[in-house]
Design a protein around this ligand. Structure first.
Ligand SMILES: [Zn+2]
Length: 141
């Protein structure tokens, strides 16, 4: 995903104009975007994997994988869904049904191509902010 200025503004506002790590208030011109799960560890350019970061924290964090990265990315993904920033691609399901289903995700798996978010009944394959594929699963038994 090419992160444009519009995405950068979205992330900045979503993060309350503060560094995600140290909480320092920032001007838009001061910010960097940090890959929460680093690119070198399988992270990708997605709005739910990018956070507002001051230059100091970005330098300090480098390639560390945060302990709670799955929970944080799932929360940022749910926010992106609520904000209407996750769209479908070639999938026949109506938008409001899809949104309801996406809001129920509670697990995450990362492959070389996709972020796969999972709820109790479905797996969603996400790339470049789009839902590319849905798989229905039954993990109740
Ligand atoms: Zn900071």
């Amino acid at each position: 995903m090419r992160i444009g200025n519009k995405d950068k503004i979205y992330i900045f506002i979503r993060d309350n104009k503060k560094c995600f790590y140290c909480g320092k208030r920032l001007n838009f011109r001061q910010i960097t975007l940090d890959h929460y799960l680093p690119l070198s560890k399988g992270g990708k350019d997605e709005i739910f994997n990018l956070v507002t970061c001051c230059k100091k924290c970005n330098k300090y964090k480098s390639d560390v994988i945060p302990d709670n990265y799955k929970d944080t990315i799932i929360n940022l993904f749910i926010k992106a869904v609520q904000d209407g920033n996750i769209l479908r691609k070639n999938i026949t399901i109506d938008n409001s049904t899809l949104k309801d289903k996406l809001l129920k995700v509670n697990d995450l798996e990362i492959t070389s191509e996709f972020f796969i978010f999972q709820s109790n009944s479905m797996r969603f394959y996400i790339k470049d902010g789009f839902v590319y594929k849905i798989i229905y699963v039954d993990i109740s038994n």
